[in-house]
Design a binder for this molecule. Structure first.
Ligand code: KG4
Ligand code: ZN
Length: 332
């Protein structure tokens, strides 16, 4: 029997991501080529609740993790015996959801004797930029805007980053989702609001962009402003002006992100600016920062290719220590 610590160092990395409501598995080579990237979204399941229900997410991950892993291996054409390492999101995220991925990864690493690499979800998002065919090399300033986080990072080497700024309240994706909910678009609403905004006038409503000191963000006031604007309109008027509300609201979020990202680049003196995370899929943000490198669309929202990518620059935890690892819910 193969020893659990007999690491096949050069083999591809099997990535697993279950931190929120996407069950994802991917196979990535050591050179950063994506051989398979399978994402099973639970969005529809949570739509009726208006947000992710943690216990429902955990149960669904449990059902999906095995078929998603099988699909990724089949798609990659790589046999489980030829995998060199298993990389998994350890946190931050929903504890019960993370535990499903972590347990699956431990089981595979132990049973197959392959290296085990725990990955921080945020490092994963940044590492979506390191994949082929156009890998980005540090140094760069990175705007990470997702449903859970809004961060400005100084990335000096592939294995790490320093935080330059963060949100003081809601994340940018959360602001999109809450706005979309107020406009009756369901969950998660970021992409739907993006589509609706294309038909509206972004100057129709004036929504405030909070100016907070340093390189931090604040989005909670914006959400309240939209709430009041919606309340002031009767049903027919609201229906008529929904596209304008969406466009104006999106403009305010995008403006805040663009301003701060440019300030961060100026302050650090870094030449390049990159944008990752679910909100990096936003069409107005992409158009408003023509100088920035954006993660490819399919790698903006949660996926396991980015987790496997991050594992290329992180140390494996040896057997048997990895069996004792736990997940973590929030940024330390
Ligand atoms: O990175 P991600 O998949 O999950 C977290 O790590 O949080 O980001 C999901 C977030 C959601 O809030 C979703 O509404 C937002 O990204 N999002 C968008 C767009 N596509 C996804 N927000 C604005 N415009 C989009 N096109
Ligand atoms: Zn994410």
């Amino acid at each position: 029997m193969r020893r659990p610590d007999a690491v096949r160092n050069g083999g591809p990395i099997l990535g697993i991501e279950t931190s929120c409501d996407e069950t994802a598995a991917a196979v990535v080579t050591r050179e950063g080529e994506v051989l398979a990237n399978v994402v099973a979204s639970q969005a529809q399941l949570h739509d009726r609740y208006g947000g992710v229900v943690p216990e429902v997410a955990s149960r669904r991950h449990l059902e999906l993790v095995e078929p998603v892993l099988s699909d990724a291996l089949t798609e990659s054409g790589i046999d489980l015996d030829d995998i060199g390492a298993v990389a998994v999101t350890q946190g931050p995220g929903l504890v019960g959801a993370l535990l499903i991925g972590l347990s699956a990864a431990k089981a595979i690493a132990w049973a197959r004797g392959v290296a085990f690499v725990p990955v921080d979800h945020l490092h994963g998002h940044v590492a979506s930029l390191y994949l082929q065919p156009q890998p980005l090399e540090p140094p760069f300033v990175c705007l990470l805007a997702s449903g859970g986080h809004t961060l400005l990072l100084a990335v000096r080497e592939p294995g790490g980053f320093d935080v330059l700024g963060t949100t003081l309240d809601d994340a940018a994706g959360e602001a999109f989702d809450k706005g979309a909910r107020l406009l009756g678009l369901g969950y998660p609403g970021g992409a739907k609001l993006d589509r609706l905004a294309r038909e509206g006038d972004a100057n129709a409503f004036s929504f405030p962009v909070a100016r907070v000191p340093g390189l931090d963000f604040s989005f909670s006031g914006l959400k309240t402003a939209l709430l009041y604007a919606v309340r002031d309109l009767d049903e027919a008027e609201l229906e008529r002006r929904r596209t304008d509300l969406a466009a104006s609201y999106q403009r305010a979020i995008v403006r805040a992100l663009v301003e701060r990202a440019r300030e961060a680049r100026e302050q650090t003196g870094f030449e390049r600016l990159a944008v990752v995370g679910g909100v990096a899929a936003n069409s107005e943000l992409r158009a408003s920062l023509p100088e920035a490198v954006f993660a490819p669309l399919e790698l903006c929202t949660d996926n396991a290719a980015m987790i496997a990518s991050a594992a290329r620059h992180r140390a494996a935890v040896p057997y048997p220590e990895f069996l004792g690892l736990d997940v973590y819910a929030s940024l330390s």
